[in-house]
Design a binder for this molecule. Sequence first.
Ligand code: CP
Length: 294
Amino acid sequence: MKHLISTFDLTKGQVDYLFRLYTEFKGGRQEKLKGDVALLFLESSTRTRFSFEMACRNLSLRTYWAGPRESSIEKGETFYDTVKTLSSLGFRALIFRVPFVLFPYDSYLKESISLINAGDGSHQHPTQGLVDLFTAIEVYGSLEGLKVLYVGDIAHSRVFRSGSHLFSMYSAKVGVVGPRTLLPKDLTPFGVEVVFDDITTALEWADLVIYLRLQEERFKENYIPSKESYFLQFGLTKERYKKLKGFFMHPGPVNINVDIEAELVYTEKSLILKQVENGVYVRTAVLYEVLKDA
Ligand code: CP
């Protein structure tokens, strides 16, 4: 595996192998790699950015970070020229988070530098998809027949696009519920089996619920009447929490009292901090797999 752009590029065998590596790193496996890794984050990030940096350092890789104002992209340089420049400087990998999608990716993948997607627009966030999958396997064991429900802003969610078909690959059943204005027209590529009309029926069905962040920064029109009405219709309230059969996840950051009521974020049915903790080992496994042979 030279790059990680999308979870759709991964076979079940590759995901199984990444899970084994992840388990080994979580269990204390130590490895040393050589070289430099660039982190170019044109969108904000706490979890992904710091856990990728920790993963690089766990593997003895040197890290160089640039935000939106620290690269010549601010002066109009294209992402393509940025990739070529970093490749010429000898960077082994570029971990990128960007507000756009780099279609066609093929033109970027010919460079010697490895590309690792840390979130591109609403397209993909592959390591978050792997975090959610691996956390669910740890907590539930086999995912065969497990009912996984994504709640909320499905249309703008790269977390949903990365994770849902991974759950489906592991024979889980995937359902979605959210405002009709925030559901993509065609959900079949993502392995979705059930689209619910109301949250109560959806929660009764689900064994694991993944709340998504309402991504207002990507809204081009008024998709919902208000955040208050969204919370009342879809958010995790105390009443709904009591009815959850299993655990819930959220990739973070949480819109407090919009996606989830404040007091519920770190309760016993919450896997949010486990997802954060596991992020370091998932990213260590991915970096190791991408860079170990080169
Ligand atoms: N889950 C996630 O991508 O969080 P950050 O935006 O904080 O990296």
